[in-house]
Design a protein. Structure first.
Length: 439
């Protein structure tokens, strides 16, 4: 199954020159396309350029405008052809100007609907090969940074980490702090996906160190704070995680990144839920700033908080079924909601078995509306984890609950007294020996 390319990337886009004025007439588009055909006919190996400065400016404008137009209208093949056919023209320009044009085209291509991750990876690889051939290191590193993000989206962690190690060495030599911060952030995400929290936090620290040495764009600063919140949430420090998610939300909201602001807002609500503060969720949603982000994502988190407040497993499962896109597609939310479900499951079981010394497993199953096999497996795990004292009588289909053992501390206290007395006696004996020796 082809993986669709995510549009809510937390990294700075390669295309930062998007125009809002895209209402071109048909004759304007034809004019731009004719200019593009002329640009494609330019031979990069010719000694004298056959274009005037005005023609060069017109071709540059055509590339910018057509990139936006093709991206808006999902003209995949036309934009891909333009990226490849305009390379001869780009070799005649300065590296900074040609790099900006190439980043615009690639960014527009990756922003199109219907582009799969595999197709995006192939295009970026092709651009990297061209950059290597033309010895355009800065542009290559920029495209490789986007390629790493695509590898992560495709779950190709080996390829991503291999490219990260290679490009990191180059960026350290060049002292490119901005791109180095982005690469270390991607490295942190890669290790987090591999459940290596130690290396993930180390990479995030490196990213922050690089970002602190330069002006950090709001989008990158928000991504760094978001990753910090995610790592703190993984360590069950949801109070600190909430503060980072709030910083991220404020950063995106103030910079007009409405699409990106939804994610940290969801994570803020998730943190309150995991802190067992479901009543705070509704107050956050009704906040003046947060209310403009109302939608199915917020309704889903509100429903989860409601099920937690009611301690209802049935309600919790129905919420997951009602909002599959909002709750099941984000691996961060899935991970923590799975933990929450297990906690609620255990709490319900404790509440049911508390008054019994012997109870049928089928009766427990009927009360919480969960299959007998699942209940039996969970009870067995809880007994092995020593969460309560009991045994499963599978022949009778019953759970036998033992009274909790009251630990008598008198033995340990007496033992400690004997140990201390022994030390005192040994000390007195040593002093007596010294006195005898002097006499």
């Amino acid at each position: 199954m082809a993986v669709k390319l995510s549009k809510a990337s937390l990294l700075p886009s390669l295309n930062n020159d998007r125009s809002d004025e895209l209402n071109f007439r048909k004759d304007e588009i034809e004019h731009f396309e004719n200019l593009l055909k002329f640009a494609a006919s330019i031979c990069p190996s010719s000694v004298e350029p056959k274009t005037s400065s005005q023609q060069v400016e017109d071709i540059e404008k055509a590339i910018y405008k057509l990139s936006e137009w093709y991206s808006l209208h999902n003209c995949h093949s036309k934009l891909e052809t333009m990226i490849k056919s305009s390379r001869g023209f780009l070799t005649r320009l300065s590296k900074s100007k040609s790099g900006k044009l190439m980043r615009t085209m690639v960014g527009s291509y990756l922003d199109m609907e219907g582009i799969t991750v595999a197709i995006a990876i192939d295009l970026c690889k092709d651009c990297v090969e061209w950059c290597q051939k033309e010895k355009r290191s800065f542009l290559r590193q920029s495209v490789e940074c986007r390629l790493i993000a695509l590898y992560l989206e495709n779950k190709s962690y080996t390829e991503a980490l291999g490219l990260i190690n290679k490009i990191t060495k180059e960026l350290k030599k060049l002292d490119d702090k901005a791109l180095l911060a982005e690469v270390h952030l991607l490295e942190s995400k890669a290790y987090h996906s591999l459940s290596n929290l130690t290396k993930s936090r180390s990479a995030l620290t490196s990213a922050r160190t690089a970002a602190n040495a330069i002006y950090c764009p709001p989008r990158l600063q928000g991504a760094l704070d978001l990753q910090s919140g995610i790592l703190n949430a993984e360590e069950k420090d949801f109070k600190t995680a909430y503060s980072y998610f709030y910083e991220t939300f404020e950063c995106y909201d103030s910079s007009g990144e409405a699409e990106l602001a939804t994610t940290p807002l969801k994570y803020m609500l998730l943190s309150k839920i995991m802190l067992n503060l479901p009543e705070d969720v509704e107050s956050i949603i009704n906040n003046k700033i947060c209310s403009k982000y109302a939608g199915k994502h917020m309704e889903a988190m509100k429903a989860v908080a409601s099920s937690l407040r009611d301690r209802s497993l049935d309600k919790f499962k129905s919420v997951l079924a009602e909002y599959p896109n909002e709750l099941s597609e984000d691996p961060i939310i899935v991970s923590h909601l799975t933990d929450l479900y297990e906690t609620m499951f255990e709490q319900n079981l404790f509440r049911i078995i508390e008054p019994f010394s012997r109870v049928e497993i089928a009766h427990i199953s009927a009360l919480i509306n969960i299959p007998v096999t699942v209940v039996e497996e969970k009870l067995s795990k809880m007994i092995l984890d020593q969460k309560f004292a009991g045994v499963l009588d599978q022949r009778a289909g019953c759970l036998i609950v033992y009274d909790s053992k009251v630990v008598d501390e008198s033995y340990s206290v007496a033992l400690q007294s004997i140990i201390h007395m022994n030390k005192v006696v040994d000390s007195l004996y040593a002093k007596a020996q010294q006195l005898t020796h002097w006499n």
